[in-house]
Design a protein around this ligand. Structure first.
Ligand code: CA
Length: 225
């Protein structure tokens, strides 16, 4: 069961979030005291964290940073909940490692939709997970792609795109599926964007004749088994 940790000091909001998340099939845990957040994250090992930006004694920024630095929990997706609506604060929150951001008061259905989208797009890596397909190897922890043992350089979007393709070797992903999995629902991107990133991915892999990443006419893309 997918577990969501609610980090929030307003009891009313905790109750509301718990009720709605559980209604949608999620398991929940909560922590209201800023001082024990990190400890709770480490014991609960949640699949996603909803994080209040303004907690007594501690700030969401510091908590985000601390989570991102800890090897056991650094990949946990985080959505920040805040009363601040300044653009600069959003950018700050995201640059400290949050994945998404919601301004209070927010609509519960929108929050649920964002939780679902984030859980879909984040490929949750298990410890030291390495995927291998044909001549390719992808190391989640080291954020490294190897082709015949040689490291290939690529950006985060191409990395995520390749990871998704390699999770299900041979499976043909449609452009729409890839859009959802890589970019999520909250960002507006055209299906053609997928083609652009597939081109970049092939260039990064020096896959000139589409030997590694197959185009399946009118359907989508697949990694060759
Ligand atoms: Ca608060």
């Amino acid at each position: 069961m997918t577990k969501i940790l609610i980090v929030e000091d307003e009891a009313g909001l905790v109750t509301l979030l718990k009720y709605n998340l559980e209604k949608h099939g999620y398991e929940t845990a909560e922590v209201m005291d800023g001082k024990v957040v990190m400890q709770t994250v480490l014991t609960e090992k949640p699949d996603l964290i909803l994080m209040d930006w303004m907690l007594p004694n501690v700030s969401g920024v510091d908590l985000c940073r601390e989570i991102r630095r800890h090897p056991d929990v650094k990949h946990t997706p985080i959505i920040i909940l805040t009363a601040r609506s300044e653009e600069a604060d959003k950018v700050r929150g995201l640059s400290y490692g949050a994945d998404d951001y919601m301004t209070k008061p927010f609509s519960v259905p929108e929050l649920i939709a964002r939780v679902q989208a984030l859980l879909r797009r984040v490929v949750v890596p298990t410890k030291s997970k390495v995927l291998k397909v044909g001549t390719l190897a992808l190391d989640y922890d080291k954020k490294l792609v190897l082709k015949e043992g040689e490291a290939m350089h690529m950006g985060p979007t191409e990395f995520r795109l390749l990871a998704i393709l390699m999770e299900q070797p041979g499976h043909v992903f449609s452009r729409e599926e890839l859009l959802k999995l890589v970019w999520g629902d909250s960002v507006f991107v055209e299906p053609r964007t997928v083609d652009v990133h597939i081109r970049r991915l092939r260039r990064n892999l020096r896959d000139d004749d589409s030997e590694l990443i197959r185009t399946v006419r009118s359907s989508g893309y697949a990694v060759k088994v």
